[in-house]
Design a protein around this ligand. Structure first.
Ligand code: URP
Ligand code: ZN
Length: 442
């Protein structure tokens, strides 16, 4: 039984701007004391010895799709399985999406999504997607902001379903800016991609290798350029999701330099995997179908550099796995393969192993990229993203010595596919503290 008070002793606290050894006392879901030595004898509390461990602000994954409806069925993880996968691997907060049906008002879609998310075991919030322009959108956005949902996700791809044309994009950005929100954008030139996809199919080029060829680098980077220009014109803060190409980074870097309020996210798959994964048998390649697609090694390298120099602000996952049987829908037509792959449980391990341990980023940058920056951008600081007195007691107890190999046979996700199969990783969350309560994998 929890005593409601938890003392974490001897750990090494890592924030974005400092690292030091101290004890932490958690009470009533908050951090109430941080000090070189807190005497356990004086307090009636549960106790963890974190000697040799890092104490990180609980991870925040700003981009997941749990229980996402698609033509191939729902994504493999619902809010229960997805949040457990997050929690047991050091992520205490996720941000998912509210995607209304055509004609559905944003507040109604939000209410429905809140019911679906009731089984979520970690902290959660939503980005809300206006998928069409209508005059009532201003009031709808204002309602969402008043309820605490301040980010609005628009898609430049998927024009036949949820994507917006340029004129609607402009109007949405103006309204979001006027209401004090932030726009988040999936940047891909939807019409050009659709034309390329259809052209390949008409030429009987139906296999997985045509997925990346129908979404070349510049269909992302030109969309990034356009989104930045539109956001600037509308004076709207902009957050660009899953940046995957070196050319996009140049536009983002330039915009930041000129003082535009722009934030960028990438995901582990764009750092660690490349488009050679699309060559081969359908059953070996379909699991890598996601949008944007995996790119080339020089894109991987540019993204690593951008993590180090601050061009990229956050590490999301775009966790959106589908099973092999769902991927099979596109066996004879790559357009019908549901887009997406999992990763919520691997984000910290992968970035720690391939970023911190290779000295591409520091341990403090690791914390900024996996927690603090998302907390800052999405209005959760100072409650989350930081270990300090008064903050929420969301803490990851990180074992830097743990060794493991990623496999679909033992991952937490319900999906039978694993894009990081066989990756060896060092470092793992021994425990996660969520609102002062200890969470450990079964
Ligand atoms: O392929 C992806 N990324 N699937 C999830 C939906 C999206 O586009 O973010
Ligand atoms: Zn996504």
């Amino acid at each position: 039984m929890s005593k409601m008070k938890l003392l974490i002793k001897n750990g090494h606290i890592i924030n974005e701007d400092e690292s030091f050894q101290a004890d932490i006392l958690c009470e009533g879901g908050k951090i109430t004391q941080i000090s070189k030595h807190i005497d356990q004898q004086l307090i009636d509390c549960d106790f963890i010895d974190a000697r040799g461990k890092y104490l990180l602000p609980g991870g925040i994954d700003p981009h997941v799709h749990f229980h996402l409806p698609t033509k191939a069925g729902f994504s493999s993880d619902d809010f229960l399985s997805g949040s457990k996968a997050a929690l047991f691997s050091g992520t205490t907060s996720i941000i998912d999406f509210v995607t209304p049906k055509k004609g559905q008002k944003l507040p109604d879609a939000l209410k429905e999504r809140l019911i679906e998310a009731k089984s979520c075991r970690c902290n959660y919030s939503f980005h809300i997607s206006p998928i069409e322009w209508r005059d009532s959108l201003k009031e709808e956005i204002s309602y969402c902001i008043n309820k605490g949902y301040r980010t609005f996700k628009v898609y430049m791809a998927y024009k036949d379903s949820i994507g917006l044309d340029d004129s609607s994009l402009k109007k949405v950005m103006k309204v979001v800016a006027a209401e004090g929100g932030t726009i988040t954008v999936h940047c891909e030139m939807g019409d050009e991609i659709e034309a390329l996809r259809n052209k390949f199919i008409s030429e009987n080029k139906t296999s997985v290798e045509y997925h990346p060829l129908s979404r070349p680098n510049d269909t992302e980077s030109r969309a990034v350029k356009k989104a930045l220009e539109l956001a600037k014109e509308a004076s709207c803060p902009i957050y660009i999701v899953h940046v995957s190409t070196k050319e996009s980074l140049r536009y983002i870097k330039q915009a930041k330099k000129l003082g535009q309020e722009v934030y960028a996210e990438t995901c582990p798959q764009y750092l660690l995997l490349n488009d050679t994964k699309y060559i081969g048998d359908f059953y070996d390649t379909a699991k890598y179908v996601m949008s944007p697609p995996l790119r080339k090694e020089d894109d991987n390298l540019a993204l690593w550099e951008a993590l180090g120099d601050g061009t990229i602000d956050t590490m999301g996952t775009d966790h959106c796995p589908f099973s092999q049987s769902q991927k099979n829908n596109g066996h004879n037509d790559f357009r019908k393969i549901p887009n997406g792959a999992g990763g919520v449980e691997h984000r910290l391990k992968l970035l720690y192993t391939y970023g911190v341990l290779t000295s591409k980023i520091t341990i403090n940058q690791f914390v900024a990229l996996t927690s603090t920056n998302a907390a800052r951008i999405f209005g959760m600081l100072p409650d989350k993203g930081i270990i300090k007195v008064g903050a929420d007691a969301d803490i990851t107890i990180w074992n830097p010595e743990a060794n493991s190999t990623i496999s679909g046979k033992n991952h937490f996700s319900r999906c039978d596919l694993e894009i990081y199969e066989g990756y060896t990783v060092k470092g793992n969350a021994d425990f996660t503290i969520l609102g002062g309560e200890l969470k450990k994998s079964p």
